[in-house]
Every structure is written in structure tokens, then in C-alpha cells.
Write a new protein. Sequence first.
Length: 405
Amino acid sequence: MKLSELLEKRAAAFARMKAAQDEGGEAFDNAETEVRDLDAQIKRARSIDDMERREAGTPLHGDRQLDTEIRTRFSLARAVAGAAGLTVDWGFEREVQQELQQRSGRQAKGVLIPTEIFERRVLTSTGDGAAIVPTDHRPELYISALTAASVVRGLGATVLTGLTGNLDIPREAASPAIGWVAENSPLPKGDPDFDSVTLSPKHAGAISEWSRNMVMQSSPQVEQLLRNMLARDIALAIDRASIKGGGANEPNGVLSTPGIQTVAYDGTAFALTNATAEMIAAADIVNVDARRSFLATNGVKKMALKMRDANGLPIPASALFHNEPVAFNNQVPSDLGTGTDEHGLIYGDWSELLIGIWSELDILVNPYESTAYAKGNISIRAMATVDCAVRHPDAFVSATGVEVE
């Protein structure tokens, strides 16, 4: 039986055990026996999983059904409230903690939050006559869902989960020369060239104070509010770093990776159309995979919206970006170049961007921190350990000199 099925059965048996707690008798005893039996089966299943996952630096592939259940059923509000001792109704969240710890390869300091619950696909525009598509907006929520959008993952970045040690991925940098020769003539000599792409743990985190009432609420609006707050502090920091990280303690993002291609923006009337065409051609020349898309600032979006043809009519996004998918996001920097006034415009195969995750989002709840305790609040520390790397720098093309009026 799959681990997810065992966990589901145990949760149901434990619920029956709790329901029969006051009455006792045969119903309680039967439920307790079933829970103990399932605990033994779960332990054996996890032991088998653990033996299969011991190779350091290798992505872990968990149970697909359990992954789906975690993505749809896991409640951030219940997990935080349970860790703070404010509720006992967090059975599923508590049950999957061991699974999340196995994925991260380490003991949690507090309660683990799976990063999947923060993911949301971004909108792109493509196709003949398509207009620039706006980002989804949820006005009924306290914080707009736009805050929690992870644009890089939505474009198809390759996410490696469950890492333990540093990760080295072999890469073929050059192939032997192949040539046609006449009979009895020597073949050309050449050796393949190999190197590697390395990912090592980098840490991002934040500390915030939440009110007791907010944590105890269970409405969908409060649940989404808590998710958005953590996504703003953690997920968006990871997203920004994957686009242009490069500091001492943060990952190297796409724009900070040596060797990515560049195309100069010439500033003519149809410079945007010309630049995007040159970027597509640059990717074609080096055999970049066809699954490519543009990513740019909202300043570039404004410039695209202002574009007019010779008759003064708006030019659709599909024409400006040559029917390639395009996304606009404030995560893309607008302070590039020597004058820090250039906007980012990137094109490439985003699956070539690797995002390695060493730990799930680790939430440590402290209801006794002095400042928070005096007000009946709780202090929460959220941390994640990740890194980014580009497999082939040539897979990305950046436009330089894009200034927006």
C-alpha cells in the first residue's frame, strides 16, 4: 500500500479514536489497535523510501498522490495554529511532517511548510491578435494574489527538490569534431569537453509577528492572507534571485550568469520589434530548445502598449513578440546598465534554469518571544534553503540598453 494511502487511513482511524475517547469501550480499543498497526506499516514504508533516497545531491521523487494531497489539502493557517498550540485540528498537516522532513533530509526546527502551496502559474500572451494579458487579480482578498505569483516557476524553470549535499550536474561543454575523409585518410582528432553545474545551499528568511486572532481564524481569506505574507517574504525573494541574484549570500540568477547572450536595443521607432527578432534569432543559432518565452518589466509592457503602426493603430503583443509567449512582472529589474535606468527584457528556454531546494519552507513558531508575548501575539520565523544555476548560458538572451520613457 502506498504511503499516502497509509497516512490517509491512519488519519481516519485516529479521528475515530478521538471520537470514542470519552465513551471508551470496544470502539476506542479497535481504533487504537488500527492506529498502532498503521504506525508500524507507515514506519516500514518510510524505511523503504529512506533507503531509496540516501544518495546525496539527488532529487527525491515522492508519491505523486501524496504530492497532490499536500498541494490541495495542506493548510498553512492550521499548521501555524497547531504549532502555536492554538488548535488540535491539524491532523493532516501533522501527519505529513515526517514526509516533508524526509524530502528535506534534515530535522525541522519548527513546522515544515511545503513550497508547492505557494506556486501559481503566471499568465502569458501568445497567438495571432492576442492582447497583452493582465495578471489575475482577486479583489476579495486583503492582499492581491499578484503578490504571491512565482513568475520564474510559471515559465517552466526546472525545480529540484529534496536535495541534501551540494549538487554537481555534469555538462558537455564541447563535442569532438566530426569530419568526412577520403579512403585511407586519418579522421580529425578531438576530445569532448566536460564541466559541471554546481548548486550549494543559500538561505533566505524573515521574522514577522502575527496576532492571536489571525492565526486562530480558519476562513479561506485568512488562509490566503497568511500564504501571501510568507510568499512575499520568501517565495518572491527566491524569484528575484533567480532572475538577477548575484550577491555574496544569494544565488546567481539568469542576468548575473556569465556567458548569457546579449542583443543591443537600438532605440529606433520599431526597436522593440527589432530587438525581439534579434533575440529569437540568437537563440535559434545556438540550437536553444523551442520551449522559449520572453520575460520583461512592466515598463516594457507600457512601451509595448504605446506601439503604433504607420496608420496610428495599436500593434498587438503577438506581433511585437513574434507569436512567442511573454510575461511581464515587477520581479524583473528596472535598474540595469551603467545609468541604472535600463529595463530587463529576457528571452530563453526557462527549463534551463535550475532551482534547487534543500528544505521545505521551515516555520518556527514562538509564542513566548517577549514583545509578542506581552500582546498575546506570536513571533514566526520563516526560512528556506535554495540555490539557482543555469545549465547552458547560451539558452538565454538579454536585451541591453532598454530605456523606458
